[in-house]
Write a protein that binds this ligand. Sequence first.
Ligand code: UD1
Length: 420
Amino acid sequence: MKFVVRGGKKLRGEIEVKGAKNSALKAQAASLLFETPVEIGNLPQIEDVSRMNELLTDIGVQAEVRGERGLRLHAASVRRTELNKDIAERLRASIVLAGPLLVRAGRAVFPHPGGCVIGKRPIDAFLDGWKSFGAKIKEGAGFYEIKASSLRGTDFTFRKVSVTGTETLMMTAALARGKTILRNTACEPEIPSLAEFLNRSGAHIKGAGTPVVEIEGTGGKLLRASGAFTVIPDRIEAGSLLVLAAALGSKVAITHCNPEHLSVLISTLRDIGVPLETGPDRVSVREPRTLESIDMQTREYPGFPTDLQAPFAVLMTQAQGQSMIFETVFDGRLNYIEELNRMGARIVMCDPHRILVHGPTALQGREVESPDLRAGLAFVIAALVARGESHIKNVYQIDRGYEKIDERLRKLGADIERIA
Ligand code: UD1
């Protein structure tokens, strides 16, 4: 499957942001902590959500799709404690399932999780975390087995801030025995959203969304859902659409989003000359006169999101002057620049974490292959900016996290087709 894009057209209109992949997947995994069914709403229709459902049903969770964006998950019992290898290897967030599975069933077996190939993406924080709850870990050829008859609360410090690490250990602690303190935790908005739902359903979590989270475990007592979980708007999708509109000099309104979750991007865009107006759940972009260059670095929330780094680099190819982009969160997340340079960008790799983007440059349509989900969308943006026709291969990577992005962009006037 590939996208064929004919670029150079301005876009116009309104586009609605869907539910966040990184919120939905965690709520799906959390269903294992419940004795009652869990209702999830505003679910994005993306490949990663389907893969997570496949993992859950494979271990015995009943999954029932309800309407267009609803899902009901019931983990009445757990049939298996081994995650399906083929699926887990395709999905980084599969590891998030291991925490609830361990605390629910006393055992979790899983392969090294897949997903975007960004550096090695180690899982040491998860393993060290579970050990400190008292779990035993066995590492075999290509799999991990985590076992614990009972998990006791702990005081654990993350050496490096980890989003899924925080969520996974927070869910493990929710049903463990006694008090857990997690330190140097991630603050991404998906985390307090998950904690709020768990608390509403009988968990005791304080400080989610701050660097220290305290959890009083229920001692194995399962949670009982109180109301539905509503997936929060995808701040990465919203941010990418803002960057796209700015790069194309287009008048576009991005709706159903939370501008508070995008404050660093919004202020950066304003600094480079993009006129923006924000409302409670929308951001409108007007045509910039000229775009100025800027230096920026990615940071954990509330800093500039690493997931917007590649789209932002594409935008900077259209700005006047040199922009330094410093990727501080992941190794190997600048692996898309060669393809962009083949499209006519002038980007120089300074060291493994920093690039210098010289602008403005006229981009030309080319055949490119998406290396991962976020760079994949950056290529869509580059192709829409470029003159001529681009072919973007490996669309599965983009479908993993962005719902029917081709159809939705077409409604704004983009010339993009999906071809088998
Ligand atoms: C999550 C998001 C992803 C986003 C990232 C950073 C999900 C499903 N994915 O990924 O979209 O790009 O946060 O905002 O929510 N690290 C270790 N050891 C570990 C775990 C992580 O060294 O055990 C390192 C990573 O290699 C990376 C850094 O910590 O350098 C941050 O990664 P992390 O926050 O864990 O990313 P994910 O949770 O996988």
